[in-house]
Ligand binder design. Structure first.
Ligand code: GH3
Ligand code: MG
Ligand code: MG
Length: 510
């Protein structure tokens, strides 16, 4: 039964667990796919943003190329560009040497200075639209520099118009990437082509090198995709990533694994809690059913044992065997027990009775006498002997003689009282044992039989007579042998005295 319950519980837990595993797998897959698509969308947005920036700067470069010496026009243009949209944290125009001619918002620190940063120098020497790597500008800010060259009508390089993005301050990336994402630990970050963080919701992380991260490695080698990854803080993340082809930037959108799985875990708990009552009920049902099944078997077992002692199968018959197997077992038990008991009593009778007359045999008689003597049970013994039986045999044949013996036995049983035992002592001699009986009472019983026989037609066609000797234990004999001897002597006297009579042994025979 324990095994059944254990199997039951394990199956329950197993099915909840496998449900959970399946759920976990599908949640992971879905989250990875969602983040992959989201990163791709953001990379596309960043691309079009950069393209738009170039367009705006390009347009500005075209409009300003004839006014490079008109300071007012330059100031107006930078202001216009700055105001026109929120793309840049600052806008500036330099000449071909990198000298800042105009800047918005106005900055005394920068205006009139020559830009010497790697990014600015790169742009001045390449003379083409460029997005710089992150670097520290004159003001000490970490920034990215997006520039567009200015060429005259005659294709002479005049300088550049550029917008900056301050990476550690509120910037266009915040608007593009930071605003509309989950607030549950999910976030987006952007790295440049070296794996340096250029956007992160946590600004202190900006400018960190994140190239150890597997996803960053993938994205800087210009791969798009999604995978589960351990981030730099040791948190398992489900990350989608995509590159921005123009700059080699990588956009990563990710969600902590535990956050993604939390609803699923909650669901498992809910399912587990909900299934507890059901499970308990089922266990009770199993217990009840097991008890119901075991009950008839237990009863059959105990009652079989009892019926061995009590020698009856009534108890077994009353067992409620409500299912086929128990019923089958019950009938088989009843049948075999009845048969067995029949056999046992048959053999018992066989061993204790005389086959011709059906009365107790000599061996059993001896055993009874010994037992009564051992128990000091007072008793009387009558020894009967048919008169002139030889002549019955001689006249009517041995078979008729046998019938006469059976006839005698029947009559003996008829006169025997409850508790008296009729025995065949040997040949045509019979004994009756009478427990707790006096000599007088025994003589009466013997007399009754003598009288009955002498007045009834026997199987030989006429009455037969008998003689009897009576003795009692312990008054007349203190051993069984002496008791039989005493009865035999009395019988002898009866024969001597003319037969067909009962004689009680003398006291002195003791
Ligand atoms: P008594 O009056 O002196 O007893 O004369 P009796 O003829 O009966 O003499 P006894 O008791 O000596 O004879 C016993 C006879 O009983 C001898 C034997 O043929 C006969 N007998 C013994 N056993 C059986 C038996 O099983 N069947 C038959 N038919 N006769 C038996
Ligand atoms: Mg005899
Ligand atoms: Mg005789």
């Amino acid at each position: 039964m324990g095994v059944a319950i254990a199997a039951f519980i394990l199956t329950g837990i197993g099915s909840i667990w496998s449900g959970y595993r399946m759920n976990v797998d599908s949640i992971k897959e879905n989250t990875l796919e969602t983040n992959r698509v989201y990163a791709q969308k953001l990379a596309t947005t960043a691309s079009s943003y950069l393209e738009e920036s170039f367009q705006i700067l390009g347009y500005s470069a075209g409009s300003i190329k004839t006014k490079m010496h008109d300071n007012n026009a330059l100031v107006q243009e930078t202001e216009r560009l700055k105001m026109q949209n929120n793309m840049f944290n600052s806008v500036l125009i330099t000449n071909a040497e990198g000298l800042v001619l105009s800047i918005s918002p106005p900055s005394e620190e920068v205006l009139g200075e020559v830009l010497t940063s790697v990014g600015a120098k790169d742009a001045l020497s390449k003379k083409e639209p460029l997005v710089s790597k992150p670097y520290k500008g004159i003001t000490g800010r970490l920034l990215i520099f997006i520039s567009y060259p200015i060429f005259s009508e005659t294709n002479e390089y005049l300088g550049m118009v550029a917008g900056t993005i301050y990476l550690k301050e509120r910037n266009i990336f915040n608007a593009l990437l930071g605003e509309h994402y989950y607030h549950d630990g999910s976030y987006v970050y952007v790295v440049d082509s070296d794996g340096r963080v250029i956007y992160h919701q946590d600004q202190s992380r900006v400018n960190d090198i994140a190239i150890d991260n597997k996803v960053v490695q993938a994205v800087v080698s210009r791969k798009n995709g999604a995978q589960q990854v351990l981030n730099t803080r040791g948190v398992e993340m489900l990350a989608g990533y995509s590159t921005v082809p123009l700059t080699g930037w990588g956009v990563v959108a990710q969600r902590p694994l535990n956050v993604a799985l939390a609803p699923s875990f909650d669901r498992v708990q809910e399912v587990a809690i909900k299934s507890i009552p059901l499970m308990l009920i089922s266990i009770l049902i199993v217990l009840w059913a097991a008890a119901r099944i075991a009950n008839p078997l237990q009863q059959l077992a105990t009652l079989t044992e009892e019926s061995m002692d009590s020698k009856n199968v009534e108890g077994l018959k009353s067992v409620r065997s409500w299912y086929f197997e128990a019923h089958y077992l019950k009938s088989a038990l009843i049948r075999s027990l009845t048969f067995l008991q029949g056999q046992v009593s048959f053999f018992k009778d066989q061993s204790t009775t005389d086959p011709l007359t059906g009365v107790t045999n000599r061996r059993t008689m001896d055993a009874m006498l010994a037992e009564w003597r051992d128990n000091k049970l007072p008793h009387a013994l009558i020894l009967f002997d048919l008169d002139h039986f030889k002549s019955v045999n001689d006249t009517y044949g041995h078979a008729v003689g046998d019938k006469v013996l059976q006839f005698l036995a029947q009559n003996m049983k008829a006169v025997a009282r409850e508790g008296d035992v009729c025995c065949r002592y040997g040949g045509e001699e019979f004994v009756m044992l009478l427990p707790t009986t006096t000599a007088e009472e025994a003589a009466q019983v013997a007399e009754q039989l003598r009288d009955m026989l002498a007045n009834t037609i026997s199987p030989c066609g006429r009455p037969v007579t008998l003689s009897a000797g009576v003795a009692v234990y312990p008054q007349m004999a203190d051993t069984t042998e002496k008791l039989i001897e005493a009865a035999d002597s009395a019988l002898y006297l009866a024969k001597q005295a003319g037969r067909n009579q009962v004689i009680v042994a003398e006291q002195e025979n003791k």
